[in-house]
Ligand binder design. Structure first.
Ligand code: FES
Ligand code: FES
Length: 870
């Protein structure tokens, strides 16, 4: 077949059924196009211009391209590429960046056609494109800037100063926009094979037989491995080794993401075809799908490592029963939250290759590469130093890439074949395998006195953790710890339970249990306000934590308690909206920054002066679109006085920088301090008159450790549950039809390190929070996700996003780097509750189940609805 690719004649022989995306990526080496959902055609990551029109190439048969012209970002003229990259970099119109090359090409086509597009026209034009990170606000800004640049107007230059508090351009922004920055699935090596997995179709069944002979016989297949081939410890997991990399004959499968076999073959199609040829005989068993039933004494045990009750957290302070009995006002109710898919745009992928020195090189997109190394080494039965692990910054994670996914399988296939192997999950397999956000049932009773001061909170929570522990017990522990929201409560009685079932596992997802607790607690605040005859803002202000008050866990809040400041920042907007007769809602939020709870936490950094005059900045946490690398460079600039462009951020196992998972909004907090420490050492040498050239080869270390937090239930004179906390007040305004018109979000971030990145984090979180409130869910009837289609998962598109105003409040955190604390999760902690509050103001209905699909706000969204099982 002949076609024109980026102006050149191109001749290829696509295989039967091959998509244009496969042809371009696999045969033509065009990697600016990303594969987020093929062959669905629903994310826009793979868009190219076909005869001048944007097309999702994963949904276009390659052979239909005969005689046609295809243009990708690689084929756009240099001047326009500069404008595109500059516009997105200046506007901070990218986070993980996986969706951006497709959007950038769409933006080129749009601005070619319409030099002055309105914001509405831009939002409509990118409707095909899904972005899980940005909330689209800054993507729209970027496309407006691009249009201005193409009209010859001056556009503001990207931030280049690099000091803390300034809008430094995101690390590697331009290469990411243009699709040049490689993700794991973009990697290749001579002789590379492709991996694929065979998953269980049943949530619970005994494996009677696995026959790989048909798969092995397929031409192009190099290896098929099963549980019998694992040389080391087959079971892994972050907290309990309860998750088998392969399920063996005679064992039970526990969810539809369980792996029976892995294949390595010459190309991805062959590998996936062979994986489908693996024959497994099952004795199908009745799955345990209801967490309440799973706790019954005669329920089958889901996981052999642990009883069905995975964890129980109890918080008791004062006498909640007596305080409630004596309260002037009491409210009670049950709230139900849903299972949610992370829907990071980049599916799981790992690349492994044997090195000449006998080690294995593993390229991972995980949220804690040293945990990946530890688990993979045990799986292979080798010492950890035989695995050199490298982070390839991922295309979104949001907690869903904490657990091992395909790293161990890729590593085993590479060891078995002696060849480099890349293993990338399809979107369907991704949805089946990785842990989700917990559905939690929350029963609350809350009381207050005649003045609206809270007297007591009683709460019971039960969460469905699915088939594997992941960090599910910690999620329910965090839900319990955040049960009272950002309020001072004297009497607390909270219990939470995490329960194993045969549903897909649930684990970390942005907010980590706090979102669920706030949905219930903030509703109680609204209900009490009405009973006490108070304005909804007023009751929150009266109860908001102040310095010296106790958090739910008993921690005395001694510093950086910014909730009152965020309430005060919202007050003029609240008053104005009500005065204008608007239907509006309000909610507050608190989220830990740092895992705490007695866990030792590290920040580790190394600054290495390289011979070429650059400085490598190593740390142990993961860049996943949240902007960690950029803010670490800014701390390095502050500490050393060197320009930002000299620093090159890296994460690999050159140094032993184990910090655990990038979780709990803690990477800025701890790694930032480590970089400041390392930077001060480099600065001392520079101040002594040494030049960078003279210092080439030197390594400056920064290691900070926090060991002063208190484990739940541990005897302590002074409870310190977490190192720091972020605070927020969010307000949602509806239009006359009950649609979300505007969100105003005031956030205490301690210290703003990079204003554009910081507000971008909040905007993206609000986008996720609105989906959580209104449209997103992943029902799993019979233990199998009801859909794998991106549109049906309910993530909001650009034209569904309301106007968002972010107000950044600074209440400096003394234990944070230059006063900063984490902002990654807090952005959606109060959002669903604020939406519920606004909806009740609109139609008088207090909704207690997420998502609030029946609401006018949800009905107005353009997202698809789940139709039928795929
Ligand atoms: S990969 Fe083609 S639209 Fe998602
Ligand atoms: S920046 Fe759009 S998906 Fe991450």
């Amino acid at each position: 077949m002949e076609f024109t690719l980026n102006g050149d004649r191109c001749r290829v022989e696509p295989g039967p059924g091959e998509s244009l995306l496969e042809t371009l990526r696999e045969r033509c080496g065009i990697t600016s196009l990303k594969d987020g959902c093929s062959p669905q055609g629903q994310c826009g990551c793979c868009v190219a211009l076909v005869d001048g029109s944007p097309k999702a190439t994963c949904a276009v048969p390659a052979e239909s391209m005969a005689g046609r012209s295809v243009v990708t970002l690689e084929g756009v003229g240099d001047e326009e590429r500069r404008m595109i990259a500059g516009a997105f970099a200046s506007a901070a119109g990218l986070q993980c960046g996986f969706c951006i090359p497709g959007i950038a090409l769409r933006a080129k086509a749009l601005t070619d056609r319409d030099p002055c597009p309105t914001r509405e026209a831009i939002a409509k034009a990118i409707d095909v494109h899904l972005c899980r990170c940005t909330g689209y606000v800054k993507i729209l800004d970027a496309i407006e800037l691009l249009a201005r640049a193409k009209r010859g107007e001056a556009v503001p230059p990207p931030g280049a100063d690099g000091r803390v508090g300034r809008p430094l351009e995101r690390f590697q922004a331009r290469r990411t926009v243009l699709g040049e920055r490689a993700y794991v699935d973009d990697l290749s090596a001579p002789g590379m094979l492709h991996g694929a997995l065979t998953l269980s179709p049943h949530p619970r069944a005994r494996v009677a037989r696995i026959d790989t002979s048909r798969a092995r016989a397929l031409p192009g297949v190099h290896a098929v491995v099963t549980a019998a081939d694992v040389p080391g410890e087959r079971w892994y997991g972050l907290l309990y080794a309860d998750w088998p990399g392969f399920v063996a004959v005679g064992e039970e499968v526990r969810c539809v993401g369980d792996v029976l076999a892995a294949v390595a073959a010459e190309d991805r199609r062959t590998a996936r075809e062979a994986a489908a040829l693996v024959e497994v005989d099952y004795e199908v068993l009745e799955p345990v799908l209801d967490p309440v039933k799973a706790l019954e004494h005669d329920a089958p045990r889901v996981n052999p490592v642990h009883e069905n009750l995975l964890s129980k957290t109890v918080l008791r302070r004062g006498d909640a029963h007596a305080a409630l009995a004596a309260s002037t006002h009491r409210v009670s109710g049950t709230w139900q939250t849903q299972r949610v898919e992370h829907l990071f745009l980049e599916p799981e992928s790992a690349f492994a290759e044997p090195l000449p020195d006998g080690r294995l090189r593993l390229c991972s997109q995980g949220q804690g590469i040293f945990d990946d190394r530890r688990q993979v080494a045990r799986f292979l039965g080798v010492p950890e130093d035989r695995v050199f692990v490298e982070l390839v910054p991922n295309g979104g994670a949001f907690g869903g890439k904490e657990d091992l996914s395909v790293q161990a399988h890729a590593a085993l296939l590479a060891c078995t074949t002696g060849r480099p192997v890349k293993l990338t999950l399809s979107r369907e397999q991704s949805v089946r395998m990785h842990p989700k956000r917990h559905p939690i049932t929350l029963r609350y009773t809350v009381g207050c006195d005649a003045l609206g001061k809270l007297t007591a909170v009683m709460a019971r929570m039960i969460g469905d953790s699915g088939a594997y522990a992941s960090v599910g017990g910690k999620v329910l522990e965090r839900a319990a710890g955040h049960a009272c929201g950002p309020y001072s409560v004297q009497n607390v009685n909270v219990e939470s339970f995490a329960v194993y079932t045969n549903n897909p596992p649930c684990g970390a997802m942005r907010g980590f249990g706090a979102n669920q607790a706030h949905f219930a607690m903030e509703a109680c605040m609204d209900l009490l306000a009405r009973k006490a005859g108070l304005d909804r803002w007023e009751i929150r202000w009266r109860n908001a934590l102040r310095v010296g008050d106790l958090f739910a866990t008993g921690q005395r809040m001694e510093k950086s308690v910014g909730i009152v400041k965020t309430l005060e920042a919202i007050k003029p907007h609240w008053d104005a909206a009500l005065a204008a007769g608007k239907k509006a809602g309000l909610a507050c939020g608190i989220k830990n920054s740092g895992i705490g709870n007695g866990v030792e936490e590290w920040g580790k950094a190394r600054l290495v002066v390289e011979a070429d005059g650059t400085v490598s900045l190593y740390n142990g946490y993961t860049e996943m679109g949240q902007g960690l690398f950029t803010v670490l460079v800014q701390f390095a600039v502050e500490a050393t006085g060197l320009p930002a462009e000299l620093f090159v951020a890296r994460v690999d196992s050159t140094f032993e920088l184990q910090c655990g998972q990038t979780t709990g909004s803690r990477a800025t907090l701890f790694a930032g301090r480590a970089v400041l420490e390392a930077g001060a050492r480099l600065r001392a040498d520079l101040d002594a008159g040494r030049t960078l050239a003279e210092l080439a080869g030197r390594c400056y270390a920064g290691d900070v450790v926090t060991r002063d937090t208190t484990a739940p239930g541990a005897p302590a004179e002074r409870i310190k549950t977490h190192t720091a906390y972020g605070y927020a007040t969010q307000m949602v305004v509806l239009d006359d039809h009950g649609r979300v018109e505007r969100v105003i979000a005031a956030h205490d971030v301690g210290r703003v390190v990079n204003p554009l990145l910081c507000s971008g984090q909040v905007e993206g979180a609000i986008h996720m929070g609105l989906g959580y409130a209104l449209t997103e869910e992943l029902p799993c009837p019979g233990g199998m996700p009801a859909t794998f289609k991106l549109r049906e998962l309910g993530v909001l598109r650009a034209r569904d996003m309301p106007e968002v105003e972010v107000i950044l409040v600074e209440d400096p955190e003394p234990e944070g780097p230059m006063g900063a604390k984490g902002v990654g999760e807090i952005g959606l902690v109060p959002t669903a509750a604020a939406v519920a509050s606004a909806l009740e103001a609109f139609d008088g209905i207090r909704r207690t189940t997420l998502p609030m699909k029946d609401s006018p706000a949800a009905q107005a969204m353009s997202v698809g609805r789940i139709r039928a099982r795929v």
